[in-house]
Design a protein around this ligand. Structure first.
Ligand code: FA5
Length: 338
């Protein structure tokens, strides 16, 4: 009797623990509980009555063993119930105490960074930023800029025309084209605003130029315009000088070379001396009286200056980039360096 009771308790313990471990759901576990720990007709009840039949000397020993087995099985059941009751997501959740993967963040394109810096610098000089459309009509790209119909700049082979007068998807009369310069924005601003004006506008322009290390068929310009009472060429030179110094952070010199643009008079090419060489950075001049008249201003009352700078050329100079095509190839080895 004594031996068979011991082995019955051992066997019960082993069977109960493995049934608990194998149960895959709370329903399974409940069935195991009823079978092994059920008060009415479970296996434990049978063992309890065997213990009750032991002799008075043996009963305390078996009673203790019985209680040990019962608490061990009950504890195993409770712990298994706790883990089965957890939602699946929690069981498979990421261990948030482990170090994360090294996430490589992207960065802004060097031209975007340059444009932002240009806007910041000009903002400090009191110039506000405005935008203009990249698809333009001939009025804003040429006519109002004093560029007559016979001017070579209007040659269809020197521009990206998108539609002819007969086939104009913009729903307006006359052809439309991708703007060839940001000077279009000067007109759009002056048409809608009265002096004093102090604006810059940065954006893409398009020209069917032959592509090489310093020329692209799409590039960026920053247009500047200041109109008011007594605005002078000396102020133009000062603004460009201060701007170039602020961007390149060096002792920069500015020189004006006489030039011609239909929308400025006098007109100049602007060169900058930096790092041992002169570099052309853009065109500029005093806004032509014909342009002031075209937008409804009185040229005897207000004067203004305007400039258009090549954004790529500045960025190339500062970062020693030797080919403009690098900007548009999207090679991450190049882009990562900025
Ligand atoms: C103009 O575009 C005039 N609108 C500038 C201007 C504005 C004059 C206001 C007067 C008053 P230009 O064609 O020179 O000018 O171009 C200006 C600058 O754009 C050049 O100095 C150069 O830096 C840049 N640029 C011109 N063509 C290209 C090209 N194909 N690729 C890259 N940069 C270019």
């Amino acid at each position: 009797m004594a031996e068979s009771l011991v082995s019955a308790l051992d066997e019960y313990e082993q069977a109960a623990l493995s049934a608990i471990a194998e149960s895959a759901s709370t329903d399974d576990l409940e069935a195991v509980r009823i079978e092994y720990l059920g008060k009415k007709k479970g296996r434990l009840r049978d063992l309890q009555s065997l213990v009750g039949k032991a002799s008075p000397e043996e009963r305390p020993v078996f009673g203790k063993r019985f209680n040990d087995v019962k608490s061990k099985v009950t504890a195993a059941l409770e712990s298994r119930l706790e883990s089965l009751a957890q939602p699946a997501e929690v069981l498979s959740a990421v261990d948030i105490t482990l170090p994360g993967n090294d996430v490589k963040l992207g960065r802004k394109h060097p031209l975007t960074q340059t444009a932002q810096e240009f806007k910041d610098i000009m903002g400090r000089f009191g110039f506000t930023v405005v935008d203009g459309p990249e698809v333009e009509d001939e009025h804003h790209n040429f006519v109002a800029l004093n560029i007559p119909p016979e001017h070579p700049a209007r040659d269809p082979l020197d521009n990206f025309y998108l539609a002819t007068a007969e086939h104009n998807f913009a729903g307006e009369s006359g052809p439309v084209l991708l703007r060839s310069q940001t000077s279009t924005v000067q007109i759009r601003v002056m048409e809608q605003t009265q002096p004093p004006i102090r604006i810059v506008s940065l954006g893409r322009v398009y020209r069917p130029d032959t592509i090489d290390a310093t020329h692209s068929c799409m590039f960026h310009q920053m247009e500047g315009l200041m109109v008011g009472d007594g605005v002078t060429m000396a102020q133009l030179k000062t603004v460009l000088h201060l701007f170039a110094k602020a961007y390149l952070g060096h002792e920069v010199e500015i020189r004006f070379r006489p030039s011609f643009f239909p929308f400025t008079e006098p007109s100049v090419e602007v060169d900058m001396y930096w790092d041992g060489t002169w570099m052309e950075i853009g065109g500029a001049g005093m806004v032509d009286p014909n342009v002031l008249t075209a937008v409804g201003y009185a040229p005897d009352k207000v004067t203004g200056f305007a400039f258009g700078l090549g954004v790529e050329r500045f960025c190339m100079k500062r970062h020693e980039i030797n080919d403009i095509r690098r900007f548009y190839e999207n090679d991450v080895r190049f882009l990562q360096q900025f």
